[in-house]
Design a protein around this ligand. Sequence first.
Ligand code: SAH
Ligand code: SF4
Length: 351
Amino acid sequence: MTDLYTLSLEQLSALLESWGEPAFRARQVWEWLYDKRASSFEAMHNLPKTLRERLAAETRLGALELAAEQESQDGTVKRLYHLDDGQMIESVLMEYDDQRRTACISTQAGCAMGCVFCATGQMGFARHLTPYEIFEQAVRFAGDLEARGERLSNVVLMGMGEPFHNYDASLAAIHLLMERLGIGARHITISTVGLVPQIRRFAEEGLQVKLAISLHAATDEERAALLPVNKRYPLSELIAACRDYAEITGRRITFEWAAISGENDTPEQARELGKLLNGVKCHVNVIPLNPTGGYAGGPSSVRRVNDFIEALATHGVQATVRVRRGIDIDAGCGQLKSKVLSKKASTTESS
Ligand code: SAH
Ligand code: SF4
């Protein structure tokens, strides 16, 4: 059965034409899909009933089947979807007091990178998502927001999976977000564990999309213990790629730092991090670790985090702490929630 989200406007036109529909219909259906963000064929009320019925019988709106949904006290919504082959993925919607509505979406079912503290990494890799499976997660939230007069404003590729391990599909999904949902590149963030060749490739894409790097440790020994990928791409190569990225694009990189009590929140790590990032155009987001079943570490205390941030400031590195959203629903399988663009909690003056 044809999934309408996988069709270009030209393909949709060809389909409707083959059904004997007038030429303007394709544009009408397209508007229902992406401007009015309809979530059912019945809602498309300016289409003839017979056409709506035929669409419902012979096509479908997307491939994601909602399996579970939880809403947090802070308004964060976490969803679990079944894919066609039974795989499951999560996406999260975060609402902020201002107009910001941010969808955090997955790029893979599971993840092959094996970061020890990450719930997705602990699951292992199942498969890559298609561009449409990635894109549709945002479409679904956009449709629900539309129905209550709100707009999806931001998207972060920080859900399950490593976007740069599924590079082409992630990039294709970004283009769909921009072209079909009208999300500006500056309102899209892609987060990577640090795949160096892809960071270099991404620098050449000419996109204004934001780049976040999951750093979490400032020495190779410490980082390799947390993120096995560091054995393949050690810090010297990673930071060199980041410097080049900043130079080529003129853009500031965000470094993610999951603060783990007694591990990477020490004055020594702050000093090493300060040295490592010396002169790199960047910002560090410190997020207290979200404990997961497969890892014994716990979150740093507020005081430790603040001390760490102050120490970074003395090295000229700008950092802020981010609150975890949806904490009461464990949004994002123990990982989405903590990293994602969260409201600034307590911030220190940074230089
Ligand atoms: N694979 C990509 C994007 C998905 S993970 C990446 O690693 O960047 C999104 C973010 O959540 C990453 O910064 C990751 O390090 C972080 N994360 C994963 N598990 C976490 C946990 N238990 N606590 C806090 N942050 C976590
Ligand atoms: Fe994969 Fe990112 Fe989790 Fe690492 S932190 S296992 S790269 S999803």
